[in-house]
Write a new protein. Structure first.
Length: 515
């Protein structure tokens, strides 16, 4: 008689699965809540304690850690048979097991204590899963309820073949690795050590993508399990075609930018750089009109993001612009806004959780490089004392415009230069120079891209000016105030150029490269 060991936290489909095995003549072993669920469903079950002759101890901490369990799973049916007979070990041919809900415990609304979290760390479950996966030559291991139906079908037609057992074993090791990674990551978050010598980065497949940056590259979106705060995995796709690899990358850039602002804001991103951005006291509709006017040509095919819920009039305003956007994202839409959106069924529309307005990304920022990962803190904007470096101080309007420009500049690829200016009721981007090898080239591009007079605009630079030439070019074009980190060996020379022209310059002391 074949033997199955079933011990699951997620009991989806377990009664039907157990019933199917019983109908084929299998003996079923089980523990605790799974045993109770199977018995309630009319499935005959032998308790693990009865099978091993050893009681559960320490409040259930030790149930399945016994030679009759792990010997029955790990034994090699050919060379270990005599030893198994000697010790009365019966072979276990199938293990169905998933693990204590540690992830749900630590990612819920209520933060658990350390002791509460520790009690949700499964020991016996991963041990059984790993034992079965190691011995997949003889044992079928199931950690996903979605595999129950296929397994029953294969068993009814004969057996689960070696190819399928290897697939299930691979999946099982991934399951336990993810589980350990979630535990490791959470425990690490409770300590002050940002860079342990060994690190597990847990990720779970969210969806397959049509292709990567280019059609010849395959791509998948993986998300962090249990991520809170600003996680793209928490966004809800309301309508439209599936999101592509480039959509996700640009969307990330747009949302980084738009949530820089507390005021109602709109940002248009193209190729991960803001080409339009604005804030307006009257709301998102007015902010959108301003943002689009910053660079209406580049906005075509871009990602449009907001930091407030959108009303019907906001959607109508977007449609009246006759500008094609790949994606619209906002933390909420009114019912009427959704009805109007639905008229453009191919337009991708994402609804973000409302808490994005007051939250930050979780974990660390990571970048894949050949053979490894680079991890760093998120650049969430370090508060600093802005110091006036020139003889002339900026006006209130200039200072407010510089703070707007500084928020946009942080999300432009370096070397980054941003021009901005006040508009009635708000502020608007007025030219962007991005990703240039020379800062003066970025200054020249920003000036060239301006859709409003440069005269009277302010300028933000993500890093210091290594020479005075970039500042001199901005002055010549009409810039009246500049915000930059400072820190160059030629700061005196740069400030002198600003003083000679009578413009204001503020130094933040904080750099914001975004490579």
């Amino acid at each position: 008689m074949p033997v199955a060991l079933i011990s699951v936290s997620d009991k989806t489909g377990v009664v039907e699965f157990g019933r199917g095995l019983t109908q084929m003549g299998w003996k079923i072993l089980s523990t605790g809540g799974t045993k109770a669920a199977l018995q309630a469903g009319g499935v005959p079950v032998v308790g693990v304690s009865e099978f091993t002759g050893a009681p559960e101890v320490f409040g259930g901490r030790v149930k399945s850690l016994h030679p009759k369990i792990h010997g029955g799973i790990l034994g090699r049916r050919d060379e270990d048979q005599a030893e198994a007979d000697k010790h009365g070990i019966e072979w276990i041919d199938l293990v169905a097991c998933n693990l204590y809900p540690f992830e749900n415990t630590v990612s819920g609304e209520v933060t658990p204590s350390m002791s509460e979290a520790i009690e949700k760390i499964d020991i016996g479950g991963p041990s059984m899963v790993r034992s079965a996966a190691k011995n997949h030559k003889y044992v079928t291991v199931l950690c996903d309820p979605r595999d129950y139906t296929d397994t029953l079908s294969r068993l009814k037609s004969g057996d689960v073949d070696s190819v399928r057992r290897l697939e299930l074993a691979t999946k099982a090791f991934g399951h336990t690795a993810l589980y350990d990674g979630i535990i490791s990551t959470w425990l690490d978050s409770q300590s002050e050590d940002f860079s342990p010598d060994e690190r597990a980065l847990p990720i779970r497949k969210k969806q397959g993508l049509r292709y990567g940056e280019n059609p010849h590259q395959s791509a998948v979106f993986y998300s962090e399990p249990g991520a809170t705060g600003r996680s793209l995995a928490r966004a809800v796709v309301l309508q439209g075609k599936p999101l592509s690899f480039n959509n996700f990358a640009d969307l990330d850039g747009a949302l980084r930018s738009v949530f820089e602002y507390k005021e109602p804001a709109s940002v248009v991103v193209k190729h991960m750089n803001p080409c339009g951005a604005a804030v307006h006291e009257a709301g998102c509709g007015e902010a959108f009109t301003l943002a689009l006017s910053a660079d209406p040509i580049s906005a075509y095919g871009g990602i449009l993001a907001f930091n407030r819920a959108l009303e019907a009039e906001d959607i109508k305003r977007i449609f009246r612009s006759k500008t094609f956007f790949e994606v619209i994202a906002a933390p909420g839409y009114s019912d009427e806004a959704k009805v109007i959106l639905a008229k453009r069924s191919k337009l991708r529309a994402l609804e973000l959780p409302a808490d994005w307005i007051d939250s930050v990304p979780s974990g660390q920022d990571a970048r894949r490089v050949q053979g490894g990962w680079l991890l760093q803190d998120w650049d969430l904007g370090l508060e600093s004392d802005w110091k006036v470096a020139t003889k002339r101080s900026p006006t209130e309007d200039e200072m407010a415009a510089m703070r707007f420009a500084w928020g946009a500049c942080r999300n432009v690829k370096s070397n980054a230069i941003v021009l901005a200016r006040p508009e009635e009721g708000g502020f608007v981007l007025n030219g962007v120079g991005a990703g240039q090898m020379s800062r003066i080239d970025s200054v020249n591009i920003a000036i060239e891209k301006a859709t409003r007079p440069v005269k009277g605009s302010v300028l933000a630079s993500d890093a210091f000016f290594p020479f005075a030439d970039g500042v001199e070019g901005a002055i010549k074009a009409g810039v009246t105030a500049i915000v930059q980190p400072g820190g160059s060996i030629r700061d005196e020379e740069v400030v002198a150029a600003a003083d000679a022209a009578g413009i204001a310059m503020v130094m933040t002391g904080v750099r914001h490269f975004r490579h």
